[in-house]
Design a protein around this ligand. Structure first.
Ligand code: PLP
Length: 378
């Protein structure tokens, strides 16, 4: 049987990984500044992570949500403390799209309304429920899912208009648009949006699937805007590669049996992975490191020719060039053995493990300098 061929693959087979480094079958070394779509938060194969997962596997790997699973409570408590959302509740699921679908559903149940507002350029997932929450024409669902969606600009007047005309349950937004090219709404805009939503009984869903879990230098990126969201979705970095997602739910929401559900959500192994991530984030001050790395990259790249803008927060960085970067991205990988991501045609996206050091960033900057010199000198 063949695999259904939906991913363009790089011609590299990683067989081993440690912290920010990957090795292929021939023993070649690669620097990972992409973390498999922002997934690797505490570095590959961190010893504490390996230890907690192994221990858990030796006890019990899985049983359903019909029994007591104490490690779920341990995770909820650590997450509440580190994120500052101690009075919120946690619903556990398996991916970012699933987290967003559940958040939209909760907003709808809670408000009795069904319309969702999302922003142009947003990306919230690819399942039939969440795919409706992206305006990317390449991945629009062939059938709409459960919520009618209006796509808007970062424009309060436009949002007021939609709220006046539709039964709006929620506004979903990425505090830093990832797939959209590391685009940030201003903090002032988000503060005004918070006021507007509170006034009109509209829930704010902060999609922190990519920007959350310490990557921005704060636990959640929306916390830079000094607001609280009603629902916060997360996945990616949460399990450092072990599939897990979740929704943080404000105390205003009431839980009842059967309201939400999933077979695998919150399984023992996924929770062990997520607990290990939080332990390491705290022990190694990774949020602080993410912040410092972001500042360092900004400072270094400001001097570069052919770069239009460096955007982002902490270790979620977009570098916009004044030319299409496809060849540059390929050269960074094949000639310099550095993994980076991209968004659109002109933006290189860096989403390194939060353990990344200045020395690794210097390696990237030197490689970039070499490639830019080649372009400039023909
Ligand atoms: N939300 C955002 C902001 C994302 O970046 C992604 C994935 O890239 C998703 C949701 C979907 O997450 P998943 O692929 O785990 O379903």
């Amino acid at each position: 049987m063949n695999l259904f061929n939906v991913y363009p693959l790089m011609n590299i087979t990683p067989v081993k990984a440690k912290d920010c480094i990957l090795w292929d079958e021939e023993g070649n070394e690669y620097l990972d500044l992409y973390g498999g779509h922002a997934v690797i938060s505490i570095g590959h194969s961190h010893p504490h992570y390996v230890e907690l997962l192994t221990k858990q596997l030796n006890h019990i790997g899985f049983y359903s949500n019909s029994v007591q699973i104490p490690i779920q409570q341990e995770l909820a408590e650590k997450l509440g403390r580190l994120s500052g959302y101690e009075d919120y509740s946690l619903f556990l699921c398996n991916s970012g799209a699933e987290a967003n679908e559940n958040a939209a559903k909760l907003a709808s149940f809670h408000t009795g309304k069904d319309h969702i507002i999302a922003f142009k350029g947003a990306f919230h997932g690819r399942t039939s429920g969440s795919v409706a929450l992206t305006d990317n024409p390449k991945i629009v669902a062939p059938f709409n899912a459960h919520h009618p969606v209006s796509f808007v600009n970062f424009d309060l007047e436009e949002i007021k208009q939609v709220i006046a005309e539709k039964q709006v349950a929620a506004i979903i937004y990425e505090p830093i648009q990832g797939v959209g090219g590391i685009v940030l709404p201003s903090d002032e805009f988000i503060q005004e949006l918070r006021k507007l939503c509170t006034e009109h009984g509209v829930m704010i869903i902060a999609d922190e699937v990519q920007s959350g879990y310490g990557r921005s230098g704060k636990f959640f990126a929306h916390q830079h805007s000094n607001i609280q969201a009603d629902l916060i979705t997360m996945a990616k970095g949460m399990g450092n590669g072990f599939p897990i997602g979740g929704v943080l739910i404000s105390p205003a929401f009431e839980a009842s049996y059967g309201l939400l559900g999933t077979t695998f959500g919150g399984n023992h192994l996924a929770c062990a992975a997520a607990v290990a991530v939080l332990d390491v984030m705290e022990d190694e001050n990774l949020m602080d490191n993410a912040k410092k790395i972001g500042e360092y990259v900004g400072l270094q790249l400001n001097k570069f020719p052919m770069i239009k803008e460096v955007r982002g927060r902490g270790s979620m960085i977009g570098i916009e060039f004044d030319f299409p970067i496809n060849e540059l991205k390929n050269n960074l990988l094949t000639k310099h053995h550095i993994f980076v991501g991209y968004a659109g045609t002109n933006v290189i996206r860096l989403l390194p493990p939060l353990t990344v050091t200045k020395a690794y960033i210097d390696k990237f900057i030197n490689a970039l300098q070499t490639e830019i010199n080649i372009i400039i000198n023909g």
